[in-house]
Design a protein around this ligand. Structure first.
Ligand code: GDG
Length: 563
């Protein structure tokens, strides 16, 4: 489909919300948006705003350090040793969880605690390592944690991403259990817990995000007032007991998570597998599978499945306002001939995302369909990630060499079957690509949810495109019935689904996409947060009515984790 065809029919939306989702601030802080049942403290590894020194100080800016892109003037600066003032820029959230949560925290005047990984982060914080954000509105407090290089190497590149990530994605052979990594993970989790303790009040709702913080909930219990509610959302899969038994310090991980009042997963299977792991590896825990509750160490944790959505409205809006000229330039830059049908893959360069399997299916497709050579171009946008870890480095090399090999096999003078880029693209370009792609291929070997599939649907405003979706993603539970399902490891079946997608009638594409869009809009990020806060409200109320303080206080023995 031609760029001109697709974009000429655009209806430009008159409402302008901000691309980072912050335009929702009014909606979310008003009567209709998600409301937190207490004062909200979000805790995550990644921060919503990062302060960075610009590479080179300009002459004027060097003379005026207060000119920092709207951020407060730096108390100290990167040029301190040389006497030069460096300007500071602020990176804002552009997608996913941080962009979705930011307006909610703004609306609640809450606190966000995260690792300060920007080089100018601590030049703008006060003596408590706090800074008011967003820079121009100062709606909430961002509390930054300063982590040493050694801590980051062991906590982030170690136990988080060399142990928990491969374990939870079902790759126990990739686990690297290095000396000291778990101890650093514990130390950093303690740092997070201490910071929460400094900010928490009796009505606080503490909401932790993801696998970097598995030990923190139990620690936080000891550092916050009794009335505070501790809740956690686990964004990646939870493995079966057969896989979980490979987890070094697995008992500590389970115990840590049972410090939560509420623990959320994307889908029911992960919630059930968590209950099974607790049942098997913490014999003193009492698991109620029907109610999905766990009683352990004198307290109750409720486990729920609440699938996360995307800010569908903003993807829809940004796709509608996509810039045709900009897209044409991008296509020219990547050498994509005008008028070819476009396939798209967009992933972090991660071994869970099934990129080599996708390339194998595309190779099979071009083998079987020589007529499509020169007519179908597949754009694979891969974002390098965790490159300090050798497994990721090797994975990147494999993907790049496979792309080269397949391109050499089929390319012509003016066409390559796979256009591969590792450029980090601005959100406007992502939305334009989503809208323009005739077929989106999402083929992970395993994925907690997969936001890209939902973003694509939200941005498919013309409704004339198709989604190929792996049945091993959380997103498949929501979208599987109207996407074209693939088993990423079945190369022939996968290639047949690419053929199927390209041969769907316009009516069939519209029919499927209309339903997909309905589901993505119904289950968007706002509705996800509503559900989260409803559950938090419920456990918050339960813990006050059904669990008297005396009971909560009485059973504080230190059970020894069995594995
Ligand atoms: C984890 C879980 C779960 C990518 N490249 C660019 C860019 N992106 C954005 C996408 C999307 C996000 O990154 C990737 O989100 P995914 O959900 O696909 O994957 P993970 O990073 O693995 O996320 C996953 C998620 O947490 C949430 O719970 O769904 O299962 O693994 O938003 O658009 N954005 C921009 N430029 C790029 O080049 N602007």
């Amino acid at each position: 489909m031609r760029v001109t065809e697709r974009l000429s029919s655009m209806a430009v939306h008159s409402r302008q919300l901000r691309a980072d989702g912050r335009g929702r601030a009014d909606a979310t802080s008003g009567d209709d948006g998600p409301t937190c049942p207490g004062s909200l403290i979000v805790v995550s590894n990644r921060q919503p705003y990062r302060h960075e020194y610009e590479d080179e100080p300009t002459a004027e800016r060097a003379a005026d350090p207060a000119d920092t892109d709207g951020s407060p003037p730096a108390g100290t600066n990167g040029g301190e040793q040389t006497g030069t003032q460096w300007p500071i820029t602020v990176d804002e959230p552009t997608g996913g969880l941080t962009a979705g949560l930011d307006p909610v925290v703004q609306g609640t005047d809450g606190t966000w605690i995260a690792w300060g990984d920007g080089d100018a982060d601590f030049a703008v914080t006060d003596e408590r390592n706090c800074v008011a954000v967003p820079p121009d509105e100062e709606a909430y407090t961002l509390r930054r944690l300063e982590l040493s290089d050694e801590a980051v190497e062991s906590y982030y590149y170690g136990f988080s991403n060399r142990v928990l990530w491969p374990l939870c994605h079902g790759f126990p052979d990739l686990i690297e259990d290095r000396a000291n990594d778990f101890e650093w993970y514990r130390t950093v989790n303690e740092q997070f817990a201490d910071a929460v303790g400094e900010h928490a009040a009796d009505d606080s709702v503490i909401w932790l995000q993801d696998y970097h913080l598995a030990l923190a909930p139990r620690m936080i219990r000891k550092s916050v007032p009794k009335g505070a509610t501790v809740s956690h959302f686990w964004h990646i899969p939870w493995p079966t007991p057969e896989t979980f038994r490979h987890c070094p310090a697995g008992g500590h991980v389970l115990e840590g998570l049972l410090g939560n009042d509420l623990l959320g997963f994307h889908v029911e299977r992960y919630a059930d597998q968590f209950l099974q792991c607790v049942d098997r590896f913490l014999p003193s825990a009492s698991v109620d599978f029907a109610r999905r509750t766990i009683r352990y160490d004198g307290r109750t944790t409720r486990v729920v499945a609440t699938p996360m959505g995307v800010d569908a409205e903003s993807y829809d809006r940004d796709a509608r306002s996509a810039d045709l000229d900009r897209l044409s330039d991008l296509f020219e830059e990547y050498g994509i001939p005008e008028g070819t049908t476009i396939g798209l893959g967009l992933d972090r360069l991660d071994y869970s995302k099934g990129i080599p399997e996708r390339l194998a299916a595309l190779e099979r497709f071009f083998e079987r369909n020589p007529d499509w050579r020169g007519e179908f171009t597949f754009i694979q946008k891969a974002t390098p990630s965790r490159t300090d870890i050798e497994t990721y480095e090797r994975y990147g090399e494999l993907v790049r060499s496979e792309v080269q090999r397949i391109n050499r096999r089929f390319e012509t003078a003016d066409w390559r079957p796979i256009v591969y880029t590792e450029d980090v693209l601005p959100r406007e370009d992502i939305c334009a690509l989503y809208r323009h792609a005739d077929v989106m291929v999402v083929s992970p070997l395993v994925d907690g949810m997969n936001l890209v599939a939902q973003e694509y649907v939200a941005a498919s405003v013309d409704g004339d495109s198709a989604l190929l979706l792996s049945d091993r993603t959380g997103a498949h539970e929501r979208l599987g019935s109207h996407a074209l399902t693939i088993d990423p490891t079945d190369t022939d079946g996968f290639a047949s689904q690419v053929e199927h997608a390209l041969s769907l009638s316009p009516y069939e594409r519209q029919r499927r996409m209309n339903t997909l869009r309905q589901r993505v809009f119904d289950g968007d990020i706002e509705s996800w947060m509503d559900t989260q806060f409803d559950w938090i409200r419920r456990v918050h109320d339960d813990s006050r009515t059904t669990e008297p303080r005396s009971e909560r206080d009485s059973d504080s023995r230190e059970p020894t984790p069995p594995i």
